[in-house]
Ligand binder design. Structure first.
Ligand SMILES: Cc1ncc(COP(=O)(O)O)c(C=O)c1O
Length: 359
């Protein structure tokens, strides 16, 4: 029950296990295009282009920066944890002049602070804003709809890390004006790690035209040219794209609104159950991600012992905290191929683990 890689349905695994077909075949082209269309369905967009790269989530975060930030550009990074910091570091690597608004662990970006910061930027010097939707390191989720509205009013390009929100939480690319959105296969998509997804808005294409940063594999122009010919510029991860088609069949059968409400329900049930066990959670309910829950250990019990007991006694893996939160919290992932039964089981096991460690 870690926040990625997440469990993969057997039908998807069986699809991935098949002998790979030729990537320039009509058969593969049809599968690829159906996945591109389904990506648009998932991100509620008609206006943005969607691309698939053979990459981890960090790779597509880099692709987003390399296609929009030129050396010297002012970038505002909204940081609520490890992954928000990573977006800022990538922008810096590409020569961006990065400023940050940073929230304390478990907290989210205050819309008033963002509004104040952007309203002071009278000459529109801030070109790009980066944001994490669901921050996996803390289990907090920014109010993306509100924050994107503020960025849109200012006019900067908005880059969104939706690695642990897409396929779990509501993400409305067109309605909220999200410019470049990235995600990864090993999270809500119910696939193994290996595919990176990118959405590119019309406004992002304008930035792309003027962007002076170097790029080759991750060049959106190459991807778009090939997509118009229903193919990819380079050899794609054929097996995983076939698996993705299967995963989308499962998702569409459940329905997008049902997927979103299932994640919401699992989150609420887990949080309520953990609180009943007397556990303190890192984030407040109103800021909680529907994908991950971060939990403080009870007094006198340490995180490594908790993780070891889950693993040894129940063969369940829960995640440690990352960076400054290492050994201070543990994290349960509840995204993707996760059901009510999994949450009930996690709660029963948590109770038994705590009882053992406290006795
Ligand atoms: C919110 C978020 N962003 C980015 C990443 C980076 O993805 P990857 O580890 O696939 O490079 C992760 C991975 O856990 C994540 O959870």
């Amino acid at each position: 029950m870690i926040p990625g890689p997440t469990p993969v349905p057997e039908t998807v695994l069986l699809e991935v296990a098949k002998h790979p077909i030729g990537h320039r075949s009509k058969e593969f082209s049809d599968i690829f295009i159906s996945c591109i269309n389904d990506l648009k369905w998932l991100g509620k967009t008609n206006d943005s282009d969607a691309f698939i790269f053979a990459s981890s989530g960090t790779g597509v975060m880099e692709a987003a920066i390399a296609n929009s930030v030129s050396p010297g550009d002012k970038v505002l990074s909204l940081v609520i944890g490890v992954f928000g910091k990573r977006f800022a570091q990538i922008a810096q690597t590409y020569g961006g002049q990065v400023e940050t608004i940073t929230a304390d662990s478990g907290k989210v970006i205050d819309p008033l602070m963002l509004e104040e910061k952007l309203s002071k930027d009278k000459n529109n010097e801030i070109k790009v804003v980066t944001i994490t939707h669901s921050e996996t390191s803390t289990g907090a989720a920014n109010d993306l709809k509100t924050l994107s509205g503020i960025v849109k009013k200012h006019g900067a390009l908005l880059l969104v890390d939706a690695v642990t929100s897409l396929g779990c939480m509501n993400v409305e690319i067109d309605n909220w004006g999200l410019d470049i959105v990235v995600s990864g296969s090993q999270k809500g998509f119910m696939l193994p790690p290996g595919l990176g997804f990118v959405y590119v808005s019309k406004k992002a294409w304008e930035y792309n035209k003027n962007c002076k940063s170097p790029r080759f594999y991750f060049d959106f122009v190459k991807s778009k040219k090939s997509l118009d010919e229903q193919t990819t510029p380079f050899t794609p991860n054929v097996s995983f794209i076939c698996g993705l088609k299967k995963a989308f069949e499962i998702m569409k059968k459940e329905g997008l609104e049902n997927i979103i409400s299932r994640h919401e329900r699992l989150k609420t049930n887990l949080r309520n159950g953990l609180k009943k066990l007397g556990l303190k959670l890192l984030t407040e309910d109103k800021n909680a991600s529907a994908a991950i829950t971060a939990i403080y250990p009870p007094d006198g019990v340490n995180v490594p012992d908790i993780r070891a007991a889950y693993k040894k006694d129940w063969d369940i893996t829960v995640a440690n905290g990352q960076d400054t939160l290492k050994d201070k919290i543990f994290r349960i992932g509840h995204l993707g191929f996760v059901s009510d039964r999994d949450i009930e089981m996690a709660l029963v096991v948590t109770e038994k683990v705590l009882k053992k460690l406290k006795s």
